[in-house]
Design a protein around this ligand. Sequence first.
Ligand SMILES: [Zn+2]
Ligand SMILES: [Zn+2]
Length: 250
Amino acid sequence: MKVTIVGCSGSFPGPDSPSSCYLLEAEGFRMLLDFGNGSLGALQRHIGLYDVDAICLSHLHADHCLDMCSYHVVRTYSPKGPHPRVPVHAPADAPRRLARAYDMPAEPGMETSFDFAPLAPGTFEVGPFRVTAAPMNHPVETYGFRVSYGGRSVAYSADTGETDELVRLAAGADLLLCEASFPDVPGLPADLHLTGRQAAEHAARAEAGTLVLTHLVPWHDPARILDDASRAGFPGRMELARSGAVYDLG
Ligand SMILES: [Zn+2]
Ligand SMILES: [Zn+2]
């Protein structure tokens, strides 16, 4: 399984990265975790425009799903004619919300481009991958994902505040893509996002192999986030996410 960070900027695109988007590949099958604003552009550095085989959306905040609108144009209005519909696993309200974002009628909405399936906590198969969705601690319906293939696994926190669900989801994962939106300062809002320190604490409790700190918000210094995380006692490899970084899990 090959994991490519397409976008890792938190809350809005930054100068060096689009918003959240991760490309997972195995057996020639290509699946996206999230499709945030700006990521469709960077995605084309890694795969062809029409090469997406499945999409999982963690939640319906703009920085995690808005390029679905652009990709609807790609699939439906291509000069090569309409392309087959892409399976999309997303919160149940996704078809209506994305149609609204595009400014199109909810019926038929984006059904020419996407085959939507509502997410619920649990495990399901997508192509060669086994995907587990778990509810995260965020103000809207949000799922973290664990994707397994060939005995290896990657976990993705999506957006979340502190939660044991993330520790369970990431237990023993080879790679944990964990959000670290806040610097570790007093008075942070609860149940919204993690600090670097909290991300590393969750990774340590999960005994994850490698921790990648992601959802890095451009108005914070990433070195500060990494420094906060480095003081949490996580024993594994730890680094900041970078658009274009590739992790080959074998
Ligand atoms: Zn976000
Ligand atoms: Zn969010």
